[in-house]
Write a protein that binds this ligand. Structure first.
Ligand code: CP
Length: 308
């Protein structure tokens, strides 16, 4: 099974993955040894930089007894001009499943079409980042126990931010209401907003972050995606436009969650790190159990009902 966008999963399948991830928590933390993926090899193909996605997939595979091959542009024959198609033919011979991150939107689907092994999209340009969405949903359920009925504010670079493209679709399908906060030049693509509305999602758009804070259950901050701007001068106009510090949160609910896919640049001040609102580091850890659950499902490996 490939995972290219969140449309590849039904809500029931997503929930089942989140429940499997919850069962796998002791394995993710290294407290329980459970070599479900012994003998399996993951190809970690990163044509763009990553800390969390690459390392949490690697940890997930290794905690489950599997092996990992890492390919990056530097140090591989990609640098000599090998095509993505040819690279995928090689990976199919070396690995049982592959994770791909690529700067080109659509590259993950292209890779999936080129081979028979399961392909997991770890971010394709400004397109999608569905495995991030799974860990985001897991984290929201950890904090609020549900997704349905929550008021979620998505903030920052909604134009180029693949995390919010995938997450908004999933939240809408789970019955959250959405407030989209961005400057005009970085608004959510209108085709996505149209789809959200046609799903019946209660969605509004504004450029004013502070006014959204008193009623928010989740505030999902994002980095301005500097690397996607065709013109540096356009980036400079919006760099640092949304920042939160602990003073901004005095009107917020005590259980309001601040999330961020990370890396942060200056969107969340360190003064928030020690507050109960800070969920972003737990969120990053949650990449391990959710990606464990996804690797097992994609490789057809059943997770035991009870894990001690
Ligand atoms: N959230 C995320 O994708 O982080 P990395 O770019 O470090 O993988």
């Amino acid at each position: 099974m490939d995972l290219i966008t969140m449309d590849d999963l039904t809500n029931d399948e997503s929930i089942s993955l989140l429940e499997d991830a919850m069962k796998l928590m002791p394995v993710a933390r290294g407290l329980t040894h459970l070599p479900l993926l012994e003998g399996k090899v993951l190809g970690n193909l990163f044509f763009e930089n990553s800390t969390r996605t690459r390392l949490s997939f690697e940890t997930a595979m290794k905690r489950l007894g599997g092996e990992v091959l890492n390919l990056s542009e530097v140090g591989s024959s990609v640098k000599k001009g090998e095509t993505l198609y040819d690279t995928m033919q090689m990976i199919e011979g070396y690995a049982d499943i592959a994770v791909i991150r690529h700067p080109r939107q659509g590259a993950a689907q292209y890779a999936a079409d080129a081979v028979e092994i399961p392909i997991l999209n770890a971010g394709d340009g400004a397109g999608n980042h569905p495995t991030q969405t799974l860990l985001d949903l897991f984290t929201i359920r950890q904090g609020h126990g549900t997704i349905e009925g929550l008021r979620v504010v998505l903030v920052g670079d909604l134009r180029y931010g693949r995390t919010v493209h995938s997450l908004s679709r999933a939240l809408s399908r789970f019955g959250a209401s959405l407030t989209l906060v961005s400057p005009e030049s970085l608004m959510m693509p209108q085709e996505i907003v149209r789809d959200l509305k046609s799903d019946g999602c209660d969605v509004s758009e504004t450029s004013d972050l502070i006014s959204t804070l008193p009623s928010a259950d989740v505030v999902y901050m994002t980095r301005i995606q500097r690397e996607r701007f065709p013109d540096e001068a356009e980036y400079e106009k919006v760099a640092g436009i949304y920042t939160l510090n602990s003073q901004d949160l005095t009107s917020s609910h005590s259980n309001m969650m601040i999330m961020h896919p990370l890396p942060r640049v200056n969107e969340i001040h360190a003064s928030i790190d020690s507050t109960s609102h800070a969920w972003y580091f737990k969120q990053a850890f949650n990449g391990v159990p959710t990606r464990m659950a996804l690797l097992c499902r994609s490789l057809g490996v059943q997770i035991p009902e009870v894990i001690n």
